[in-house]
Design a protein around this ligand. Structure first.
Ligand SMILES: *Cc1c(COP(=O)(O)O)cnc(C)c1O
Length: 225
């Protein structure tokens, strides 16, 4: 077995164990393999090991890499999206995880209409309130949900990135904060927001305990960047 295949097996076992400990179904969270900085060959190895969902954080890298992989890969753009990169992002990514303004939301819906695509969208929320970080303040999320309504793109939930070097307690608080915000928005708007994209190589177990439905795993699959 290649390193990457062995790493995937280990991560899948870790995910299954975290779901079981949380009393959740074994298929209640999916693994998104974050291939940023790694070449198409590495993604091909992960593909051969059975993975189909891959995440990139930069549009240019997504556009370079995606055409080199089989067409049944599902690409997720997980990084900050600039307005002038929406079109190429929509040409390659089925999911956008980091919608973080009304203007961006409107542009995505307009260009998705032009391109006849129906992306799945997640809103990035800055739960921890770090100043250096992208993402909506919790109080600004509902306006973006409203701006997305009626377009071809469908908002399915929320995404967050936890602070680096946070304690376990802080991580629980951040991930629980995203879940609680989602629950409040569902209660207020009646929208279905089933997806919580949270958890990376270092903190996926805690994210799963707090309800993650997508974990974004780079290092634990592909190695150090
Ligand atoms: C790089 C990245 C990840 C993966 O991080 P690892 O610690 O390598 O698992 C997850 N989410 C986002 C937004 C990223 O940019």
């Amino acid at each position: 077995m290649s390193n990457i295949a062995a790493n995937i097996a280990a991560v899948q076992e870790r995910l299954a164990n975290a779901l079981q400990r949380a009393g959740r179904r074994h298929d209640d969270a999916r693994l998104l393999a974050v291939s940023k900085t790694f070449p198409a060959d590495a993604v091909q190895e992960a593909y051969a090991a059975g993975l189909r969902c891959f995440g990139e954080n930069r549009v240019q890298e997504l556009c370079d890499k995606a055409p080199k992989l089989p067409a049944d890969c599902e690409w997720h753009l997980i990084g900050h999206l600039q307005q002038n990169k929406v079109r190429p992002a929509l040409e390659h990514a089925r999911w956008l995880h980091a919608v973080d303004s009304v203007a961006l939301a409107q542009r995505i819906q307009r260009l998705a209409g032009d391109l006849s695509v129906a992306p799945t969208l997640l809103l990035e929320v800055n739960i921890s309130g770090e100043e250096s970080k992208f993402g909506l303040a919790p109080g600004a999320v509902e306006a973006v949900l409203t701006a997305l309504q009626g377009g071809p793109g469908c908002c399915r939930g929320l995404m967050t990135v936890a602070p680096l070097h946070a304690s376990e307690r802080e991580l629980h608080a951040v991930f629980a904060g995203l879940r609680t915000l989602r629950d409040q928005l569902v209660a207020r708007t009646g929208m279905a927001l089933p997806e919580l994209s949270m958890g990376m190589s270092g903190d996926m177990d805690i994210a799963v305990a707090e309800g993650a439905t997508i974990v974004r795993i780079g290092t634990a699959i592909f190695g150090r960047r």
